[in-house]
Design a protein around this ligand. Structure first.
Ligand code: ASP
Length: 331
């Protein structure tokens, strides 16, 4: 081998590193609009509206990534679009609790620093994901709830909306039906009681991952019930290798610490992302009696989106910049 000057070798190595860095840091975005799809209740109109909403959210998040924004920004932007869309159970269009109120939960996590923020049971925050992010960035805490969270929102100048803002007729009717079924005791035992959630995971051009989730929770929920969505490690998790946002029967996702379990399998067992996500969503959780799905993304841009319900509203822009939107298995 010819004797090469040290400086030449160093710059050669650096440029090789840059090539592999560029590949690893091709932006990728994955979103979901919940795994509470009931196929026989879907109409062509609803399907069309949901697909259009997912595309709009992908566009908002991915254009940010393409212009160099962080994965945290992309996740926030995509989720804001889904929260503003009444077709999804988050923000406007959130489900009603037993008392006819909307109680909103959200969380976000930065994979590069393991910083996280979450809010639960807020009533007057138009975009709970933005408040979760503010908890992470502007407070010394990770999770704020109820009036305290809203006080914090006010203190940082966030506009509070009238709780009526979240009302949609469709969700109101769903609550009335749930209350009627409860009274008549006709609710099917074991029937999945969840109704969706929205979430996003992103990989930015610097190779950093982030994850976020936002939800209205479950129709007819009581007693200040909180699901997995605002709980770091259950509904949301991101580290340097792996990012996950979950949807489904929250109680089971909490008990399984689903999002963290998937990322821990990647970190400590060296599992491929798909294997890790499949084992938790299709193995651990159904064994406990729960159902739902996740979107997961690793640092190389690999995507996994397992679910064990009729369908999961989801969309992604892959490493080649191609946009996909899907509802049912095999799409
Ligand atoms: N996981 C949410 C919750 O339990 C609901 C859902 O995703 O369908 O609050």
């Amino acid at each position: 081998m010819p004797h090469l000057p040290r400086r030449f070798l160093a710059s050669l190595l650096l440029s090789l590193g840059a090539v592999s860095m560029t590949h690893a840091a091709t932006p990728v975005l994955v979103i979901h609009g919940g795994a509470g799809v009931v196929r026989k209740e879907m109409t062509p109109e609803k399907e069309k509206a949901v697909r259009a909403g997912l595309e709009k959210a992908l566009q908002a998040g991915y254009s940010a990534l393409k212009s160099g924004a962080s994965s945290l920004d992309a996740v926030t932007r995509a989720i804001v679009v889904l929260e503003d869309d009444p077709n999804f159970n988050a923000g406007k269009g959130a489900v009603f609790n037993h008392d006819g109120r909307n109680e909103l939960d959200a969380s976000i996590m930065d994979g590069a620093t393991l910083r996280a923020g979450a809010v639960a049971n807020v009533h007057r925050i138009k975009n709970p994901i933005e408040l979760a992010r503010a908890v992470m960035e502007k407070s010394e805490h990770v999770m704020l709830i109820e009036e305290g969270a809203e006080k914090f929102a006010k203190s940082i100048g966030m506009h509070l909306v009238d709780p009526k803002y979240f009302y949609t007729e469709e969700r109101w009717k769903a609550l009335q039906q749930a209350l009627d079924e409860e009274k008549a005791k006709t609710a099917e035992p074991g029937k999945t009681p969840h109704h969706g959630t929205v979430g996003a995971v992103a990989l930015d051009s610097k190779g950093n991952l982030a994850a976020g989730t936002s939800t209205g929770g479950m129709t007819n929920k009581r007693f200040g019930r909180v699901g997995d969505s605002p709980i770091i490690g259950a509904g949301t998790y991101a580290d340097a290798r792996c990012a996950v946002s979950a949807t489904g029967w929250g109680e089971y996702y909490i008990r399984a610490t689903a999002a963290r379990d998937i990322c821990a399998r990647v970190e400590f067992r060296g599992d491929e992302l798909k294997k890790a996500a499949d084992e938790v969503v299709l193995g651990v959780i159904p064994k406990l009696g729960g159902d739902g799905g996740v979107i997961a993304l690793d640092k190389d841009g690999n995507i996994a989106m397992p679910f064990n319900t009729d369908g999961m509203f989801r969309g992604w822009v892959d490493r080649d910049g191609k946009t996909h939107v899907a509802i049912y298995a095999g799409e």
